[in-house]
Design a protein around this ligand. Structure first.
Ligand SMILES: [Fe+2]
Ligand SMILES: [Fe+2]
Length: 135
């Protein structure tokens, strides 16, 4: 069983956003496998880099949609993204420097953060887009 199952409970009803969330979850599942299989630090670093890059792209897509549709909760949603971006950058930096990183704790954080963000913050935005016939 995957570390995070992407099923209907995580779908927000917007085709593009759902596809990107599924991809993000694939990256987290890949990282979990790499950690479980005690992959080399080089592999772990590559998977984390891929995950962080894709996350930034995904945030950009959501943020551009929020701006295009003048989403009223844009500021708080973008702030949540920004906090995550900072944590992700710190993680990438630590790995690049070869610092000891508690990867199981990182995975638990990623799982908790992403599922909570999707269910609370992205779902609200997707509902707004549905009202604008943008699903
Ligand atoms: Fe978001
Ligand atoms: Fe999202």
């Amino acid at each position: 069983m995957a570390y995070i199952e992407f099923d209907d409970s995580l779908r927000v009803g917007n085709r593009v956003i759902d596809q990107e969330h599924e991809m993000l979850i694939s990256y987290i599942n890949l990282l979990q496998k790499a950690v479980e299989n005690k992959a080399s630090s080089g592999i772990v670093e590559k998977v984390v880099d891929g995950l962080v890059d894709y996350t930034k792209t995904h945030f950009f897509v959501e943020e551009e949609l929020m701006k295009a549709y003048a989403y009223p909760d844009m500021d708080s949603h973008m702030l949540a993204h920004e906090k995550f971006r900072q944590q992700a950058n710190a993680l990438v930096e630590s790995l690049a420097k070869g610092e000891a990183v508690d990867l199981p704790a990182v995975l638990a954080f990623l799982k908790q953060w992403l599922t909570a963000h999707i269910l609370k913050i992205d779902a609200r935005f997707a509902d707004f887009l549905k009202d604008k016939s943008m699903s």
